[in-house]
Design a protein around this ligand. Sequence first.
Ligand SMILES: C[S@@+](CC[C@H](N)C(=O)[O-])C[C@H]1O[C@@H](n2cnc3c(N)ncnc32)[C@H](O)[C@@H]1O
Length: 278
Amino acid sequence: MAGTADQQLGAADVNSAAIDKRQVAASFSRAAGTYDQVAELQRKVGNNLLSRLPEAEQLSQLADIGCGTGYFTRALAERFGLPVLGLDIAEGMLRYARDRSPAALGWVAADAESLPLRSASQDLLFSSLALQWCPQLPLALSEGYRVLRPGGCMAFNTLVEGTLGELRAAWQAVDGFVHVNRFMPLAQLQAMLAAAGFARWHCEVEAHVLHYGQVSELTHELKALGAHNLNAGRPSGLTGRARLRALTTAYESQRQTAGLPATYQVAQVLLFKGIDQA
Ligand SMILES: C[S@@+](CC[C@H](N)C(=O)[O-])C[C@H]1O[C@@H](n2cnc3c(N)ncnc32)[C@H](O)[C@@H]1O
């Protein structure tokens, strides 16, 4: 059957077919040494999530899922005055985080979709810009629910449809391949949140638009973050010069006074397990 890889995979059901976790882990491990230098947006949206956390008096067990270089793991430890457990699928990220953090913090290789934590053991789960890498977000949500104590909170943010839409559109004008990670529609995320079993939840979307002088600045930044395209259907081999020129031309048509725009649609989510929920 003809059609682009995008069409063949189907738009909404994306992640389940498309993300290879070993590649995700390898890509983020490779990016551990460069991530912090280019993670300005990641800091901003993670700080926005931190500022949304409920004031809690009696916390004892906290975990940061997809902790990366450990920036927010350390921030959580400082804010709550407690050791925090950093979990990540990328061993390279964990090594980098461990080397730069107080010894009291713990670091464990773990998949958000299958947490190595006891049921009802955590008071607060935090996760910034990691769960968009889960092939099956409902699994990560049910794991979050399982490991939270009654009354606990899972706070995460993730990217939704519209993110890197300009880059996607520019590539679409060049060829039909999947060059940009897919992000689920907001309505699909909301349906997953509603089905996850929590007593209550909030979800709010923030749009952030970054600007770049050249397309290559954006693509290099995505690589330094470890967040370049890892979907099935991406073209293999080197990107030819001719195609990069075509990409540049296509992206240029979207140029604004401030530069080439790159939009991030960030859903900030809080999920609360009821005190009577097992
Ligand atoms: C964009 S980084 C964010 C790191 C950190 N939370 C921050 O805000 O700086 C995404 C992180 O999620 C991790 N990750 C991706 N898929 C994961 C999974 N299934 N389970 C746990 N961690 C995962 C990656 O290895 C990477 O370190």
